[in-house]
Unconditional design. Structure first.
Length: 287
């Protein structure tokens, strides 16, 4: 048994850390999530895949209390989250780190100040210790030489790494990553996934990663879920994902084939959309 299989097996035997049950979310008449349910086991890496606009970020925002679900329950460590109470809100914030898709950095704060923020908000450490830890996180993301710079002075990839440093600075039990590698070059993209896998091995932390990097997600995760048309249409191990005959999984796994189909269609005088409509129509026929 290789180390990843061992890790998968031990993670699978651990208790649930996050349970999402029957989550519904709509904006006006637009139903985004309907009956979304899944469980993330303590110490595991859970990847969420799905087409653009499927509701992956909305799902994360519901968990982070940025959006309010219309129905459903979210349990963390066996306790339903109730964000109406400041104490449970703060306790959750202390135990979890978030990296949002748009980074959510504060323009008026330096890289060091942005990174230090979660420590200021959730601990009573001295200023010196907060700065030391923030600097350490920046070093891990190769940003220590930019500690005094403001987000606008950093490249897109550097801003992403800064958001990553802030998400892990408190060494949280669970980290939620929304597209942690978007805009990063291939080497840094691998480094981010490598870092997530390393942290899991070192601290046994739990991660939920929303990503479009299928190969990397399959390499590091214990469980892969696919969000499609408001619900989780597949949830299983990377091996099960690889073997699944579900048409949505199949189309994601074999995106090169999908591209070839779209290009062939274009060359025959057809049209291909910028988003997922062409693929969607194809899938709807198969489902
Ligand atoms: N605050 C909002 N008000 C109205 N509609 C919203 C809001 N936030 C998200 N949506 C809609 O919800 C849907 C899902 O958006 P979401 O950002 O979760 O997609 P996603 O799966 O994260 O896509 P991507 O892979 O491109 O990041 C989209 O149709 C989006 O327009
Ligand atoms: Mg998103």
């Amino acid at each position: 048994m290789n180390p990843l299989e061992k890790q998968n097996q031990s993670a699978a035997s651990d208790a649930a850390l996050l349970e999402v049950r029957n989550l519904d979310k709509r904006f006006g008449a637009h139903q985004i999530l309907a009956g979304v349910s899944f469980t993330v086991r303590r110490g595991s890496i859970f990847a969420v895949l799905g087409p653009s606009g499927a509701g992956k970020s909305v799902l994360l925002k519901c968990i982070a209390n940025i959006e309010t679900p219309d129905a459903g329950t979210i349990l963390f460590d066996g306790t339903p989250l109730d964000f109406r109470h400041r104490v449970s809100r703060l306790a959750f914030r202390r135990r979890c780190g978030f990296l949002f898709q748009g980074n959510a950095l504060f323009d008026s704060l330096t890289a060091l100040q942005n990174t230090a923020l979660p420590l200021e908000q959730t601990t009573s450490l001295s200023r010196r210790e907060i700065n030391r830890r923030a600097m350490e996180a920046l070093e891990q993301l190769e940003l220590h030489e930019h500690a005094g710079q403001y987000p606008a002075m950093l490249s897109g990839g550097m801003q992403k790494r800064l958001a990553l440093a802030r998400a892990i600075v408190t060494q949280p039990e669970m980290v939620f990553f929304d597209e942690p590698t978007a805009g990063l070059d291939p080497l840094r993209r691998n480094a981010v996934f490598g870092m997530i896998a390393k942290y899991q091995a070192l601290f046994g932390f739990t991660a939920l990663i929303v990503t479009h990097d299928i190969d990397e997600a399959l390499a590091v995760s214990n469980t892969v879920a696919m969000l499609y048309h408001r619900e989780i249409c597949f949830c299983g191990t990377p091996a099960e994902f690889g073997a699944s005959r579900h048409p949505v999984v199949d189309s994601f796994r074999d995106s090169a084939r999908t591209l070839r189909k779209s290009v062939a269609l274009l060359r025959q005088g057809g049209d291909i959309s910028m988003e997922n409509e062409a693929v969607d129509e194809d899938l709807k026929e198969q489902l």
